[in-house]
Design a protein around this ligand. Structure first.
Ligand code: UD1
Length: 420
C-alpha cells in the first residue's frame, strides 16, 4: 500500500485542469447496459472507481477500452444479470447497475453495495422506486434480486429522511426509460451529475423532462441506442483545489470548471473572504487578507455538498475564530475530525455539528485516511501544516481524484508517494 508524504508550508500557484466528474461517469457507464450498441464516453477520469465500473460491466458482458480519457464501449452479445459481490462491495456506485439491468432484462441480481465508511447508507429508496415500477424485490444471501414480467411507469415520491438520493434517482430513471408509459419521480435529486446522466439517456433515445428539478418525468420507450457523451467537470475536485489555494494562501486558476455547479461553495468561500474571479470555463481563487470563520450546513444540491464538508473543515481549522459545520446529508460523516485533531486542530463533534476553533498552525503528523473526502481534507491540512504529514491508506483518494499528487506538484506542492 502507498502513502502520500507532504512537506507543508508552500503557497500553491499556477493553473490546473479539472477532470471529468466521478459521480457522473459511474452511472453513465452503467447506463450503457441499456443498449447493445457501442457508446463513446469522453473526459473520463482515470480513477480506481472508473476501472471498477468497467470491470463490473465486463463481468456483465460489456467490453470496453479506456485510453486517454475516452471509454469505448463495444457492442454486446449477451448480458448477464448478476453483479457479483466481490466487485460491487468495493464501490457503492456499482449498485446503479440494478436499474439498467432490470430495464433491459426484466431481472437483476446485484450484491448489496459497500463504499466509503461514512455512516449507514441504506438502499431503501432505490428499492421503493423499482418496486413502484412493478418489480418484485427480495434480498437473498446479500444480493438484491429484482424481477418483473414488464415494468410499468408510475408516480412515485423518492424523498427520504435526509432528502433526495442521487443514486436512487439515477437507478430508477434508468429502469423507467424502458418501462411502459409515464413515470414521475417526485423529490428527485437535482445534482448536476443526475442531469448529466439524463442528458446521456436522452442522447440514447430516452424521453426525459424536468431533470435538474425535483420532479422528473419519463416517457418510456421501446429501445435505446448507442450514443457519444462528454462528462461534465468534477465540481468536488474543483472545490477541493479551490480550498487548496486558500489554505496555502496561494493563487490558483482552475480550468474546465462550471461555476454554476459550485454556487453554494463559492458563496461560502466569498463570505469567508476569498477572492474568486470567474471567467468562461475557468476560475481564479486567491486571498488578499486573512479568512474569517464561517458557519456551513451541507444539504442536497443546490445546497453545499456533503462531499466538500471535510475539506471546508480543514480550511476552518486554520482560520482563527469559531466555525460551526453542520452535516445534514450524512450526520456521521466526521471520521476526519480525530485525524485533524492529531495535527493540532481544535475540533469538537456534537451530534451532526462540528465546532471548529481555528488555530494559527497545524503540525505535520502521520494520519490515516478513512474515506475519499476525508483523505482530501488530510492532504489539504498537510499542505499547510508545519513539517511532514504522512497520509496512509491513500487508495481512498485514488477512488475519486485523478492524478491529484501530480496536479498539486504542478502547483508547487511538495508531495510524493512512498510505500508504506
Ligand atoms: C452520491 C454521491 C456521493 C455523495 C452523495 C450525497 C455518487 C456516486 N456518489 O451518493 O459522493 O456524497 O450522493 O451527495 O454519486 N439514503 C437513504 N436511502 C436510500 C439512499 C440514500 O436513506 O435508499 C440517504 C443516505 O443515507 C444519505 C442521503 O440519503 O443520508 C443521501 O444519499 P444519496 O444521495 O443516496 O448518496 P449516494 O447517491 O449514495
Amino acid at each position: 500500500m502507498d502513502k502520500l508524504v507532504i512537506e507543508g508550508g508552500i503557497r500553491l500557484k499556477g493553473e490546473v485542469t479539472v477532470s471529468g466528474a466521478k459521480n457522473s461517469v459511474l452511472p453513465i457507464l452503467a447506463a450503457t447496459l441499456l443498449t447493445d450498441e457501442p457508446c463513446i464516453i469522453k473526459c473520463v477520469p482515470n480513477l480506481r472507481n472508473t476501472n471498477t465500473m468497467l470491470k463490473i460491466l465486463r463481468s456483465l458482458g460489456k467490453n470496453s477500452d479506456f485510453d486517454k480519457g475516452i471509454v469505448n464501449i463495444t457492442s454486446t452479445k449477451n448480458l448477464n444479470f448478476t453483479a457479483d459481490y466481490k466487485l460491487v462491495s468495493t464501490m457503492r456506485a456499482s449498485f446503479c447497475v440494478l436499474g439498467p439491468l432490470l430495464g433491459r432484462l426484466k431481472k437483476a441480481k446485484v450484491s448489496l453495495p459497500g463504499g466509503c465508511i461514512i455512516g449507514v447508507r441504506p438502499v431503501d429508496l432505490h428499492l421503493k422506486g423499482i418496486k413502484s415500477l412493478g418489480a418484485s424485490v427480495s434480498v437473498e444471501s446479500g444480493y438484491v434480486v429484482a424481477k418483473a414480467n414488464r415494468l410499468k411507469g408510475s408516480h412515485m415520491y423518492l424523498g427520504g429522511a435526509y432528502g433526495s438520493s442521487v443514486l436512487a434517482t439515477d437507478n430508477v430513471m434508468m429502469a423507467a426509460v424502458l418501462a411502459q408509459g409515464e413515470t414521475i419521480i417526485e423529490s428527485a435529486a437535482c445534482e448536476p451529475e443526475v442531469v448529466d446522466l439524463a442528458e446521456f439517456l436522452i442522447k440514447m433515445g430516452a424521453k426525459i423532462k424536468g431533470h435538474g428539478t425535483p420532479i422528473i418525468e419519463i416517457e418510456g420507450v421501446k429501445q435505446l441506442y448507442g450514443a457519444t457523451h462528454t462528462i461534465i467537470p468534477d465540481r468536488i475536485e474543483a472545490g477541493t483545489l479551490m480550498i487548496a489555494s486558500l489554505i496555502t494562501k496561494g493563487d490558483i486558476t482552475l480550468k474546465n470548471v462550471l461555476c454554476q455547479h459550485l454556487g453554494a461553495l463559492i458563496d461560502k468561500l466569498q463570505e469567508a473572504g476569498a477572492l474568486i474571479v470567474k471567467t468562461n470555463g475557468s476560475v481564479r481563487v486567491y486571498l488578499k487578507r486573512r479568512l474569517k470563520p464561517i458557519n456551513v450546513t451541507t444539504l442536497p444540491y443546490p445546497g453545499l455538498p456533503t462531499d466538500m464538508q471535510a475539506q471546508i473543515m480543514s480550511l476552518m481549522a486554520v482560520t482563527p475564530g469559531i466555525s460551526v459545520i453542520t452535516e445534514k446529508v450524512y450526520p456521521d460523516r466526521f471520521m476526519h475530525v480525530a485525524e485533524l485533531n492529531r495535527m493540532g486542530a481544535h475540533i469538537q463533534r456534537e451530534g451532526p455539528h462540528a465546532i471548529v476553533e481555528g488555530v494559527r498552525e497545524l503540525t505535520g503528523a502521520p494520519v490515516m485516511a478513512s474515506d475519499l473526502r476525508a483523505s482530501a481534507s488530510l492532504v489539504l491540512a498537510g499542505l499547510v501544516a508545519r513539517g511532514e504529514t504522512q497520509v496512509s491508506r491513500i487508495y481512498h483518494l485514488e477512488r475519486g481524484y485523478e492524478n491529484i499528487e501530480a496536479k498539486l506538484q504542478s502547483l508547487g506542492a511538495k508531495i510524493w508517494r512512498e510505500k508504506e
